[in-house]
Design a protein around this ligand. Structure first.
Ligand SMILES: C[S@@+](CC[C@H](N)C(=O)[O-])C[C@H]1O[C@@H](n2cnc3c(N)ncnc32)[C@H](O)[C@@H]1O
Length: 301
């Protein structure tokens, strides 16, 4: 269990995971709070995700169903301060579970995604629902800067920053691009029990990561005093059948050995249940999403 200690040093609020846990997680040997390089911590934790064999392009169509039972978009948007005249830059828009809802509230959304299949799905959905104020851009978040994209009222990076390297430079750039505010969400500190149990079954280490803590501390270190809230989502991933539930695990766990399939299928038989709507969902997994946001910080303070 993670333990948080809140304290102030030179007007900077740091959230510190208990020291031993932090050392274990990012292999810091010289633990001096003022010297911690939170960007380096971020990069190290990012590496723990490893490289998936399948990309978002490969799972785009599946993702749509897996995330169907998701109360996250509503909870996120309820926290955002949006105006009908806003131009919103949505980084890592995916197939639009959030983008489409935001588009109905603002003047224009520019949806940026690295994977064409995700943008194609978003386009299909927008056309089907008569939404015509979305601009599509196939690009990597790492290449987004004031120079390449210009100013926007609001930036959102919803569940899309986890694998982006050197987040410090991104945050500085986001602050330049945004005229009003920047919002981003990351996985929180509570373990994903579904993945954890399957990892144990496969004798693999369950890689607990806490990027939200590093991101929050990093922002403080560069003079951006953000806000942080756990969205308290109640999402259960949804599947067509057990094979479909298996394919999501296979993607998340970077491939499951063929000889272990039966073991995992037995687990799924017990741990994929029907909810009150009759849909097949995870018994355990309840994604823990943390939202962090700040209002533009001007150079003159
Ligand atoms: C978990 S989905 C989130 C989609 C949507 N924002 C939401 O919250 O439902 C992550 C999305 O971010 C995109 N993505 C991940 N890394 C990216 C990067 N470096 N540049 C652009 N898009 C990226 C993926 O292609 C995927 O569509």
């Amino acid at each position: 269990m993670y333990k948080f200690i809140f304290f102030n040093i030179e007007n900077t609020l740091f959230i510190i995971i208990n020291k031993a846990k932090l050392k274990e997680e990012i292999s810091i040997s010289n633990f001096n709070i003022k010297e911690i390089d939170w960007n380096e911590c971020w990069n190290k934790t990012r590496k723990k995700y490893g490289k998936k064999k399948k990309t978002w392009n490969d799972v785009a169509k599946k993702f749509n169903l897996w995330e169907k039972n998701d109360d996250y978009p509503e909870k996120l948007i309820n926290k955002m301060d949006l105006d009908k005249n806003d131009n919103v830059l949505d980084l890592g828009s995916g197939d639009g579970s959030v983008t489409l809802k935001i588009a109905k509230k603002v003047k224009k959304v520019t949806a940026v995604d690295k994977y064409k299949n995700m943008l194609d799905l978003l386009k299909e959905k927008a056309e089907a629902t008569g939404i015509n104020n979305i601009e599509y851009m196939e690009a990597d978040i790492k290449d987004i800067s004031l120079k390449t994209i210009g100013e926007y009222d609001v930036i959102l990076a919803s569940r899309s920053l986890a694998t982006v390297k050197d987040i410090k430079d991104r945050f500085i750039e986001f602050n330049k691009i945004a005229k009003k505010s920047v919002y981003f969400s990351l996985i929180g500190s509570q373990p994903d029990l579904h993945l954890k149990k399957v990892s144990e079954l496969l004798n693999r280490e369950y890689k607990q990561v806490t990027p939200s803590i590093y991101a929050y501390n990093l922002l403080h270190q560069i003079g951006i005093y953000g806000n942080l809230v756990n969205l308290g989502c109640n999402t259960r991933h949804q599947y067509e059948d057990l094979e479909d539930a298996y394919s999501r695990l296979d993607w998340k766990l970077h491939g499951i050995e063929n000889q272990k399939k039966e073991l995992v299928m037995d687990f799924l038989k017990e741990n994929i249940i029907r909810n009150e709507d009759g849909n097949l969902v995870n018994k355990y997994s309840k994604p823990d999403w943390v939202l962090i946001w700040w209002n533009k910080v001007h150079d003159d303070g």
